[in-house]
Design a protein around this ligand. Structure first.
Ligand SMILES: *[C@@H]1O[C@H](CO)[C@@H](O)[C@H](O)[C@H]1NC(C)=O
Ligand SMILES: *[C@@H]1O[C@H](CO)[C@@H](O)[C@H](O)[C@H]1NC(C)=O
Ligand SMILES: *[C@@H]1O[C@H](CO)[C@@H](O)[C@H](O)[C@H]1NC(C)=O
Ligand SMILES: *[C@@H]1O[C@H](CO)[C@@H](O)[C@H](O)[C@H]1NC(C)=O
Ligand SMILES: *[C@@H]1O[C@H](CO)[C@@H](O)[C@H](O)[C@H]1NC(C)=O
Length: 511
């Protein structure tokens, strides 16, 4: 396999040609876990080990492949060693005690007898060691607790959904207990939220969190805001949900919003809607989404080391020091006449807002369990406005080929199904069918080419920008910016039909 070189990055950001940028090679593996067909029945430890060994052998092969391509770090998905839907009791034989790496330094490959019942840690450690790379694997952990501990579960132990980080010699250097569990009755939430940061010689520090964590302030955003983390490793087992929460869609949006690198490894089980992994920088993605394949997929790519990024100014590490990219160089600039056109449209729509009439007919429809207020796109070009509570969303658009039904939706409220979190969303969606009650349902194909500017007067600064084209392909915004209390996204010149363009705002303080 050919490793994408740094060209993919330079092409994508249209920066001047630069040499000497410090990069490292990263790998993520979208793993098709071999599953236990009866996860509700407790197996023996022997059977559990035999099962996990089948998955570990695949990990070993992938590390071998990644090492041939020079990878310094590899990430495997959440639940990768055993799968899903265990009970607290039935998962027990899969669990291992994991000594706290902040207390003891332990290399299981070199000292396998130091801790009993750690066959999985042993094999992972040896895989990292022989592959000479940092390895991040998710596994189950057990930790006995005392009756005097008021949080100690009645069976006398904690069970955690844990990410373990091995260095290139195979020593355990960090572990992280998943905070935001997603209906995982097998596991406990840690007593306090953990902010885990680990260091590497090739790229400095990384933060880590798991799957559902990515939607919450703690620990995901906090790692970036309060711990200066500029790269994240992200094991996940993400069930795609269109239009707004397909795995790659949100992964790219997260990396872009914070100006970080994100190494995301998902499960590959299209039958459970799980696919979508990638190696993301703030300005380019190397992603994978495949609903047809029945096999895992190794992604390997070069990643630049980001030393500073704040939305307008970017600095990368190079052999000579730091390379600063001037303002706006990281955006693909639309050509001048079109820019004028957009600014004209903006002015018009601001007047239009002031006039407060001309609103299209609004209707309500559920999108991902939330009651959105929608307005239909009825013309080939024009402006739309729709509001929900204190959020007003606007769209200026030009449609070159109209066949599908599209609507602009707004939602400002608390999401309460499968998790509680406050959203402010402006979304242009292709409706799944030809009647308005299908607006908000997932569409996966489209042929309509639409140039647009989408904006809203958000009350949160945490806005994740998403653009998906037909067959769930990722696109990036041309520009993203705040102008007078409105957050704007523009996109022109897409070559494929649009299925979703959204500003997915999270108002964490209101959760
Ligand atoms: C796990 O259980 C849920 C609920 O019964 C089901 O919807 C889901 O498909 C199961 N997932 C797997 C991977 O078996
Ligand atoms: C491991 O288990 C064996 C048998 O139960 C016991 O004798 C031994 O002390 C244990 N070793 C450690 C390091 O706990
Ligand atoms: C971004 O960082 C650059 C360089 O440190 C600084 O000059 C600029 O004012 C910052 N911009 C914003 C919007 O914070
Ligand atoms: C959505 O909200 C509107 C306006 O409050 C309400 O009339 C409608 O019944 C709601 N729809 C659903 C499905 O809750
Ligand atoms: C957004 O705009 C609408 C319409 O002008 C206004 O009613 C609302 O208060 C604004 N929201 C915020 C947070 O400023």
């Amino acid at each position: 396999m050919e490793i994408p070189s740094l060209d993919w990055l330079l092409l994508a950001c249209q920066c001047m040609l630069v040499s000497g940028i410090d990069v490292y090679t990263a790998a993520v593996y979208e793993h098709r876990s071999i599953l236990n067909p009866s996860p509700e029945i407790r197996p023996t430890r022997q059977k559990a080990l035999k099962h996990m060994k089948e998955n570990l052998n695949i990990y070993q092969l992938q590390v071998y492949e990644a090492s041939k391509q020079g990878a310094k770090i590899i990430v495997f998905p959440e639940n990768g060693l055993y799968g899903f839907n265990f009970t607290r009791d039935s998962i027990f034989p899969y669990l291992e005690p994991i000594p706290d790496p902040t207390v003891v330094k332990w290399n299981p490959c070199l000292h396998p007898k130091a801790v009993n019942d750690t066959e999985v840690l042993y094999q992972l450690s040896c895989i990292a060691r022989y592959g000479k790379m940092y390895l991040i694997a998710n596994m189950g952990e057990r930790q006995s607790c005392k009756r005097s501990d008021p949080w100690c579960p009645s069976d006398g132990r904690y069970q955690f959904n844990t990410d373990v980080i091995f260095d290139a010699e195979g020593s355990i250097i960090a572990k992280y207990h998943k905070q935001n569990l997603y209906f995982e009755e097998a596991f406990n939430t840690p007593k306090v939220v953990e902010h885990v940061v680990f260091n590497t010689p090739f790229a400095g520090k990384f933060g880590i969190f798991t799957c559902f964590d990515i939607l919450f302030y703690e620990p995901a955003v906090s790692l970036i805001d309060n711990y200066g983390v500029k790269q994240i490793v992200f094991p996940t087992a993400w069930m795609n949900q269109l239009p707004l929460l397909s795995a790659i869609e949100f992964q790219q949006a997260f990396a872009t919003a914070f100006g970080i690198n994100l190494l995301a490894a998902n499960q590959h089980h299209p039958e459970y809607k799980m696919t979508g992994s990638g190696i993301y920088t703030p300005f380019a993605s190397h992603d994978y989404y495949n609903m047809e394949s029945r096999e895992g997929k190794l992604l390997v790519a070069e990643v630049p080391i980001i030393t500073h990024y704040n939305g307008s100014s970017l600095e990368l590490k190079t052999s000579q020091g730091t390379l600063k990219f001037p303002e706006r160089h990281i955006h693909i600039e639309p050509s001048a006449p079109q820019l004028q056109r957009w600014s004209v449209q903006m002015d018009q729509s601001q007047q239009f807002l002031g006039a407060a009439d001309g609103l299209g007919d609004i209707f309500y429809s559920l999108m991902m369990y939330d009651n959105y207020t929608f307005v239909l796109m009825t013309d080939l070009e024009g402006d739309l406005q729709v509001c929900s509570s204190t959020l007003c969303c606007h769209l200026a658009y030009q449609h070159s080929h109209a066949s599908g039904l599209y609507a602009l939706g707004a939602f400002d409220g608390l999401h309460t199904v499968h998790g509680v979190y406050y959203l402010q969303v402006c979304a242009l969606v292709k409706c799944a069918g030809s009647s308005i009650d299908t607006c908000g349902q997932s569409a996966t194909t489209a042929s309509d080419i639409i140039d647009f500017q989408l904006w809203g007067n958000f009350s949160t600064h945490h806005i994740y920008s998403e653009i998906l084209a037909t067959e769930v392909k990722l696109y990036r915004a041309d520009t993203l910016e705040w102008v007078n209390n409105n957050f704007y996204m523009t996109k022109q010149g897409m070559t494929e039909g649009l299925i979703t363009a959204a500003l997915y705002g999270r108002w964490y303080e209101k959760d």
